[in-house]
Design a binder for this molecule. Sequence first.
Ligand SMILES: Cc1ncc(C[n+]2csc(CCOP(=O)(O)OP(=O)(O)O)c2C)c(N)n1
Ligand SMILES: [Mg+2]
Length: 596
Amino acid sequence: MDNVTATRKEAASAVARPAPETTGRDAGAQQEIDGFSLVIEALKLNGLDTIFGLPGIPITDLTRKLQAAGMRVISFRHEQNAGYAASIAGFLTQKPGVCLTVSAPGFLNGLTALAHATTNCFPMILISGSSEREVVDLQQGDYEEMDQLAIAKPLAKAAFRVLHAEDIGVGVARAIRAALSGRPGGVYLDLPAKLFPQTVEAEAGRQSLIKVVDAAPRQIPAQDAVKRALDLLKSARRPLIILGKGAAYAQADADIRALIEKTGIPYLPMSMAKGLLPDTHEQSASAARSYVLPEADVVMLIGARLNWLLSNGKGKTWGAKTSKGWGGQKFVQVDISPQEADSNVRIDAPVVGDIGSCVAALNAGIDAGWQKPPSDWLSAIAERKGRNVAKMAETLAKNPSPMSFQSALNVVRDIVKANPDAVLVNEGANALDFTRSIVDMYQPRKRIDVGTWGIMGIGMGYSIAAAVVTGQQVIAVEGDSAFGFSGMETETICRYNLPVCVVIMNNNGVYRGDEVNPTGGRDPSPLVFVKDARYEKLMEAFGGVGVHVKTPDELRRAMEEAIRSKRPTLINAVIDEGGGTESGRITSLNPTAKSK
Ligand SMILES: Cc1ncc(C[n+]2csc(CCOP(=O)(O)OP(=O)(O)O)c2C)c(N)n1
Ligand SMILES: [Mg+2]
C-alpha cells in the first residue's frame, strides 16, 4: 500500500467511525463532542453562516456536517474562486468571509485570494485542512504534505494553527478578531486532519467556545487631530475629497454624505467607492478627474491610500514638474491605520480612527459658519465636467458595427440606472476602464472589481458571493480574457440557480483581438483567442441561458430578460476587436521593448 492510499484509508476510516455520542442515552456514559462539531459550533456562535469552499481530504465530512448544521455551503470548482468569494463577502458584510479548502494544492489555490484580501483590507478567513504535523515537520512525504502555516504567514494579516480540540474556540475567536479589528485583512487558520475526530467532554468543549465581543472596536480619533484636519480644510482655496473603498467598507454612508454636502467640497470616488453618493451627484468631480488632481491645494483622503491607483500622490498626475515630484498639495488622511500616513508623500493632518467615528467627529466640528469652497473652483470643475460629459454623450450615442465598448456599455449604463440595487462586478482592462467611467452607480457597495492589484479572476467568485450574501441581482461585466480565469464557475452559478447575468465584452483577446504573430508562423499572437468564441454555450451547457449579441438593441433585450427572469445568463457581446488599447487606461505602467 503506497503512502497516499494508506493516508486516504486512514482519513476515510476516521471519517467513517461512528460519530461520538453527544446526547448520550446512558446517563452514566460520558457525553463527548468532536472537533468537527466544535469547529461548526464556534463558527455558528459567531454568526458565520456561509462557507465558500471545495471538499476533499481532510475536510469532506466537515463540509457535509456544516450543511447538516444549517449553514450555507457554496461548493466551487476551483478554490481560488471560493477564496475571492469569501474575500468580497467580507467586504460586503463586515463579517469575515470564510473559505474552506483541502491541504497543500487546495490551500495554495486559496492563498492567492487570501493575499488579495490582505492587500485590499477585506476580512477573510481561509481555513485549510492540513496533513500530519509530525510527518510534515520531518518532511517524510505525507499525502499533500506542506508547512502551510509558514507559507501563509507572510501573505496573511495573521495565521494560526489549532492542534487540540479544546483550543478550537480560541483559534476561531483569534481568527475573527484578527480579520476584523483595526485594518481588516486575510487570516489563515490551519486545522490538521487529526483535529477533527478528536473528542473532548461535551460540556467542557462547549464552554471552551468564545463568542467574540466587539470584534471591530471603534477607534475614536483624537480631538486635536480632527481640529487640525478641519483647520487645514478651512484654509483651502481648492479643496478635494477622495473616497476609497475603506469608506465604502465602513458602512457610514449617511455620515459620509453629510460630510460631503455640509462642506460643499467636490469629491472623487475611487472605483469601489462609486455609489457611496450617486455618481450623478453635483459635487462628484469624476468627470473632471484629470483637472482636479493637479489643481487641488488640500486633499482629504477618506479610506483611500496613496498607492499606484492615485499615482502615489505625486508626479505629473498631481501637477508636479517631474514624474516623482510633489505637486504641492497638502493632505488630510483619514485612515484606521496609524502607519498609513507619510507612506508616499507628507500627510499634514492624519486622522486615525475607524472611518465612521472619524467622519462623525469631522461632521461635529463643522458649524453653521462653515464656508463652502470658493465659487471659482466649483465653477471651473463644473465647466470641465460639462464639457467631458457632453463629449462622452456623443460617443455613447454612436452605433457602430461591430459594437464599440462605449455603445455596448451605454446599454449597461441604462440597465444599472434602472436597477440600482443590482451589484456590478467588473474585470478586464478596457472592459474595466470603460465600464468604470461610463456606468454610473447609485448606491454604496454596488460596484466590486479588480481592487488594489488590478487582479484578473475575481469575476465569477465575486458574482456568486454577491448573489449569495446580498440576495440581489448581479451583473458581471467581463473582458473575455478576464472571464476565462473563473469561467468554469458558470456551473456553480447554475447549480445554485443564482441571479447572475454575465456580459462578456468579447473583443477576441487581451486588450485587442487583432494582433498577429510577427514571425508569420503558425502560432497565434500571445494576446489573442479563438475568434468569435461562443462563450454563451458554456452557460447553456449547465442549464442556464446563453445569448449571442451583436447590437446594443440585442444586448438591451437580453439584459432586461435576464433581470426579469433572474435566471443564470451569459451574454456574449461581440465588440470591435480593434477597439481597445494596450492595458486599458494604465498603458503608462507597461514597460515596452525599444524595438518591437
Ligand atoms: C491574475 C492576473 N493575471 C494577468 C493579469 C494581466 N492582465 C491585465 S488585464 C488582462 C486581460 C485583459 O483582457 P480582457 O479581460 O479581455 O479585457 P479587454 O482589455 O480585452 O477588454 C490581463 C491578462 C492580471 N491583471 N491579473
Ligand atoms: Mg478582451
